[in-house]
Design a protein. Structure first.
Lengths: 274, 290, 328
């Protein structure tokens, strides 16, 4: 029923070494519906990798599988050489994969800085029994956590709002806070699901520069699902295009923008190009 | 235990299936209400019971024709459903815990009201179709056959309504499409009210039929509630076909276990079955992932 | 949480405890001691449901676990010759273990499915107790369940637990201990993580929190205390019978849930206050026995609509209303 367009060969095989993330034959069926079919993708260290496609193409499903929220029907995920295919989300986080959800997913009723601190607990984890026996951290640990959290908030520009309730922040700041919480996990791979939704031009620029800074200053690799084409073109090193669950093109932004199959996939759907 | 003849087993199975359809009516209503309002209608069992007792009142105390009594009961219970929705559930639409507690409160009130009004002794509505019919070598009371027939007919009617009419389609639309329904002029309020009215009407029929084929007592509501829960959990929330299949499974299990093991295991077995199935498939037999 | 360390709270609690300890001095009636003992048991039950609710899951099978704890403790004491003092915690432990075993499969089901599962499980426990005569005595039940063995204090006469007064004190101590443990738990890092999970479990998982483990732990701890309450009940009433509905059925679980919500589910004290007031309230209406459930149900609905934060919020509402009146 769906016309499977052949995958466009990327001109000149790149020699960038073993990828940070290898997606091999990734498949997800919901009942009889193939949301993602035989996806192959390689993401290399320090890349900002874009995943685009019309609505319903399966992009969020792919992210869900990488993040561990969904189990693939078939295929495998290899992260830094290790098979992580069916791990649950909290184990993925421990491996170094963090995620920013599509809508503003935050701990709304606690403060901004507490949100970040929850993420920090992963690496300062004293375990369940430690937590039970100690009703609060020692003074030193408290101080350390606070400093780390403030450092992250400073990076994203939310230091001044640290004591505000997360739910009271304006939309753009909430988005940024989501990024900060993901950073707290100290990931090597960051999954961003439509991070720019609902942001004005200025906020978009801030977020873009943050993502770039994460790559440049902290060496964090990112996979970003977005509809904002201009941002994607400007931000990503490589872009993969999905349609109806299959990859129809992959390459640099220039190559993708000239790819006929991609243009065809987007024609007839209301996609914002600006 | 192994001395049971095939006929006795078959008899029990057929009986279970026939009575099971009445519980399907309960489950259909509960499932519909649950998928629209997101409220687990704990008071639905009491609507079922009230429907039975109202029918009893008109049929036995006032001496009206049984089917007329059912009709009156249906109208009254549908009206009750609308009132309950408007007064108690609509204001609490977003609040899961609060609406559940209110439903529980209503359940308590309705149950004790009926107990006070009618007394705790079990009652029965005289059979509207005396005699029995032979099926596959078993004998089933004619009233039960007719009751099953009515239930099946109503189930089909409901399916038609949900698939063909504008309101019906709106009711079954997935939450993402709710906005589209609002644009078409069907408000969520109206959908909730409609779901409650239909559900309560179905429950009333179920209760009345149960009263006529078996018995009326003050805990029939809780029993029906549990059976309804079993069915919708077996079949998966939001799947009406699943409700039917769940009801058939329940009827089968009831029938078989009753004969092989006795009445108490017959109550335990469906519960165990649900637990086991949910462990294997957390979304129910026909439910969707997520 | 804003009143943590608030000295007024501490004083109130101490005064209340003192009051509890002195009650038998001026309340000679065995009947009222019985009622207050039941209040104590209900308080533990309400707190146990509240603990599970910290993770956002609603357990409707409390009565079933109460039965399991009660029967477990009674059988251990009567058939296995174990001291009642050991049997009671073991009954609770049994419930915790079963909860862990059930928790793994149950927690995979979405929120409301989980609640339905607990409801059905409670029913299964009750019906099983009713059916297995050889084990539980069936509908007739277990009778002559022993009281806890006397405690010998050197120099003073041993404390026996056959009378209502001493058992009342036992329940008070048990309840205070349980509440203390649960309070510390809810205020600890674990409790904080529970509430984080309730707020947004997908986000919690994505930052590395093992959501399943934390939810099961809350469930197991809650069921442990439900079992303890059941054991206390068994050795208090000296009789356990899983009758047709009644004590260990769906309605009891529902009532306990109502205690929690009407008392106020946002604060730790809420379920306690709810259990106390709603257990004592029917006593006020004893003359109108038949109408009590209706009054109860109506009251519950009234509270949800007009005081959704629960009884525990009354002082706060009165204060803010007062401030508004004064025009601050």
């Amino acid at each position: 029923m769906l016309a499977k367009t052949p995958i466009k060969e990327v001109k000149g095989m790149d020699m960038r070494g073993t990828p940070v993330l290898q997606v091999v034959d990734l498949t997800k069926y919901f009942g009889g519906l193939g949301a993602v079919v035989d996806l192959d993708l390689n993401v290399h260290q320090g890349e900002i990798s874009g995943l685009i496609g019309p609505n319903g193409a399966g992009k969020t499903t792919v992210l869900n599988m990488i993040a561990g929220t969904l189990s693939p029907t078939n295929g495998s995920l290899i992260f830094k050489g290790e098979d992580i295919t069916n791990l649950p989300p909290h184990r993925m986080a421990k491996k170094g994969i963090a995620r920013v959800f599509q809508s503003n997913t935050l701990f709304g009723n606690v403060s901004v800085i507490t949100n970040v601190r929850v993420g920090l607990h992963l690496h300062t984890n004293i375990g369940f029994w430690g937590a039970f026996l100690a009703s609060s951290y020692t003074h030193n640990r408290e101080k350390l956590l606070h400093e780390e959290a403030m450092e992250i908030l400073g990076f994203v520009g939310l230091s001044d709002q640290r004591d505000q309730l997360a739910i009271n922040l304006p939309h753009g700041s909430q988005r940024t806070l989501c990024l900060a919480v993901a950073m707290a996990v100290k990931p090597s791979l960051l999954l961003l699901d439509e991070p720019l939704t609902g942001m004005n031009a200025e906020e978009v620029n801030v977020m873009i520069s943050l993502i770039k800074a994460l790559r440049d200053e902290r060496g964090i690799t990112s996979i970003i699902v977005e509809h904002n084409m201009r941002a994607v073109m400007g931000l990503c090193n490589r872009i993969a295009v999905l349609n109806y669950g299959s990859k129809i093109a992959e390459g640099t932004p220039t190559e993708i923008s000239e790819n006929s199959a991609v243009i065809e996939a987007y024609l007839g759907t209301e996609q914002d190009v600006a | 235990m192994f001395e049971i003849s095939g006929v006795v087993l078959l008899q029990s199975i057929v009986n279970g299936l026939v009575l099971g359809w009445i519980y399907v009516l309960m489950a259909l209503g509960m499932s519909l209400i649950l998928s629209i309002t997101n409220i687990l209608q704990f008071s639905h069992g009491e609507v079922y019971m009230l429907g039975a007792y109202v029918a009893y009142y008109f049929a036995v105390v006032l001496g009206l024709n049984f089917f007329v009594s059912i009709l009156i009961s249906v109208m009254l219970m549908a009206a009750l459903g609308l009132v309950l929705e408007r007064v108690f559930f609509r204001p609490l639409r977003a609040e899961f815990l609060s609406s559940m507690i209110v439903a529980l409160g209503l359940m308590i009130i309705l149950q004790s009201s009926v107990t006070i009004g009618f007394g705790i002794n079990p009652k029965a509505i005289p059979s509207f179709a005396p005699g029995s019919v032979g099926i596959l070598g078993t004998r089933i009371g004619s009233d039960r056959i007719i009751a099953a027939g009515i239930s099946i007919a109503l189930t089909l009617l409901l399916f038609l309504f949900l698939k063909k009419s504008k309101y019906g389609l709106a009711l079954t639309a997935a939450p993402q499409h709710r906005e589209a329904c609002i644009l078409q002029g069907i408000s969520p309020d109206r959908m909730s009210a409609l779901a409650m009215a239909i559900g309560s009407a179905l429950a009333a029929v179920g209760g009345a039929l149960m009263g006529a084929t078996l018995v009326l007592n003050t805990f029939m509501g809780s029993t029906a509630l549990l059976k309804g829960l079993i069915i919708i959990v077996l079949g998966g929330m939001g799947s009406l076909l699943g409700v039917v299949v769940g009801g058939i499974i329940l009827g089968l299990v009831d029938g078989v276990v009753l004969v092989v093991f006795g009445p108490v295991p017959a109550s335990i077995a469906p519960l165990l079955l649900v637990v086991v199935i949910l462990v294997i498939r957390p979304m129910g037999l026909f439910g969707h992932e997520f | 949480m804003s009143s943590r360390g608030n000295p007024i709270n501490t004083v109130v609690i101490l005064v209340f405890i003192l009051f509890l300890l002195l009650v038998p001095a001026f309340l000679k009636s065995n009947y009222w001691l019985h009622v207050l003992s039941i209040v104590g048991i209900n308080v533990i039950l309400a707190a146990s449901v509240h603990t599970i609710w910290c993770t956002g899951e609603l357990s409707l099978g409390t009565a079933g676990f109460m039965a399991m704890g009660g029967y477990g403790s009674a059988l251990l004491a009567m058939r296995a010759g174990i001291s009642v003092w050991a049997a009671m915690p073991l009954g609770g432990l049994l419930c915790a273990i079963v909860a862990v075993a059930l928790g793994y499969p149950f927690m995979r089901a979405k929120g409301i499915y989980f609640s339905i599962l607990t409801l059905l499980t409670g029913e299964i426990f009750r019906l099983t107790a009713w059916y297995y005569r050889s084990l539980t005595g069936g509908p007739v039940g277990l009778s002559h369940i022993p009281s806890p063995e006397p405690i010998n204090i050197p120099g003073i006469a041993p404390i026996t637990f056959d009378s209502k007064i001493t058992y009342y004190y036992l329940i008070v101590v048990a309840a205070l201990l349980s509440l203390f443990v649960l309070f510390r738990l809810q205020r600890s890092q674990v409790g904080f993580t529970w509430r984080i999970i309730r707020e947004r479990d997908n986000l919690a998982a994505s930052v590395g929190i093992n959501v399943l483990w934390y939810k099961i732990s809350a469930f197991a701890i809650g069921c442990f205390f439900a079992g303890i309450a059941g054991a206390l009940f068994a050795h208090f009433m000296h009789l356990l019978a899983a009758d047709a509905s009644g004590k260990f059925g769906m309605f009891t679980s529902i009532y306990i849930l109502i205690y929690m919500v009407v008392g106020g589910e946002k604060k730790f004290a809420g379920p306690i206050i709810g259990a106390v007031s709603l257990t004592l309230l029917p006593e006020v209406f004893r003359p109108m026995q038949e109408y009590r459930p209706i009054i109860f149900g109506a009251l519950v609905i009234f509270m949800i609509f007009f005081m959704p934060q629960g009884i525990v919020d009354i002082p706060h509402s009165v204060l803010s209303w007062g401030r508004k009146m004064v025009g601050r």
